[in-house]
Design a protein around this ligand. Sequence first.
Ligand SMILES: Cc1ncc(COP(=O)(O)O)c(C=O)c1O
Length: 426
Amino acid sequence: MKYTEMSAEQLKAEQECLSRKLDEYRNMKLCLNMARGKPGVDQLDLSMSMLDVMHSEVDYTDETGFDCRNYGKMDGIPSMKKMFAKMMQVSPEQVMVGGNSSLNMMFDTVAAFMYKSPVEGEKPWMEVKDRKFLCPVPGYDRHFGITEYFGFDMIPIPLNEDGPDMDLVEQLVSQNASVKGIWCIPKYSNPTGITYSDETVRRFARLKPKAKDFRIFWDDAYCIHDLTDTPDSLLSLMDECKKEGSEELPIVFASTSKITFPGSGVAALAAAGKNFDMLMEKYKYQTISFDKLNMLRHAKFFVNFDGVMDHMRKHRELLSPKFDLVVQKLEDSLKETGVISWNKPNGGYFVSVDVMQGTAKKVVQYCKEAGVELTGAGATYPYGKDPRDCNIRIAPSYPPIGELDTAMDVFCVAAKLAAAEKLMEE
Ligand SMILES: Cc1ncc(COP(=O)(O)O)c(C=O)c1O
């Protein structure tokens, strides 16, 4: 029965029953974690043989004969440039393969624009006192952390099923020269799992920003992370920009963090024209070169892009039962309440749940008391403030499936209890 249709007595009975269940969980002294999108141990095991492809007898040169043990090749070895170009839907010469983290490259890119503009006549962002960044919500807390660190006013943009509200994006970008960028996770977005529609990608390519140094930070972290037989497809922003003559709008990012080893994988960015030149120039001062033995290790392990896709199918086999379980539990337990909704993603790392408005913090707290850790309520919004206090990001990948099962039972009880209590107050 829908919670909104329950009488006061029915709600009270429901609340008492849920409260007892939560107490039972509290007494179980659980220690479960659905907080961060980390690959499970079984997923990490998939890449262990990569550690064997490099040994003292191995050919340590890349396909051009370059000795990967030494300094040089600032933009990365050709095989990895090609591999990332396929992943990011750009051409290999636009790719710069970097270190172990794409987030690090995003931070560095914002830092570069803070200090120096690639566009003649534009001030470095540091000198733009009222600088602003558009933040589709719900979104990725660490993106928001970067722009908060660099002193941007962050403007939340509603994220719909087909991408950010493009009417609002176009209006803000075309009218306000202090709007300098937007964070985008175009495929299997973190946390809602949506993929931008073709029309959304085309509208991004057609943007006419007032600020000539406005940039689209296109974080394609989940570009090949499918979970179903009906994967989403994403149009290449770089191709669309080429058609529109706006190739300097996007900077694309990706990494193998959720393909091989997070923190020990390989990251890359792709950019065109002056963007690429400016970033390469900056990296020249920042480092003498990145870890090419790790690039070579990845290249040897995968052999080619088909090898990467085969590997992703193995991840999918391990991950999709976990996502199925989470969605099934939500359907079985929360659908009847009529006040809680969620997404069923075709890929990526998260399930985004909108609990009853005004209860997300309480749900996270109840889960914590019962030994289940979730991403903090509000984390998916700039400054950690969800104005409706309703969005919670569930990360099913890390816990073994048995633990996930129990953690989801706790979550469902907590979400229902908080909703019943809220309705009783009202
Ligand atoms: C959207 C998004 N971008 C970037 C990252 C981090 O990537 P990396 O490990 O390459 O820094 C994550 C990790 O969860 C993510 O969800």
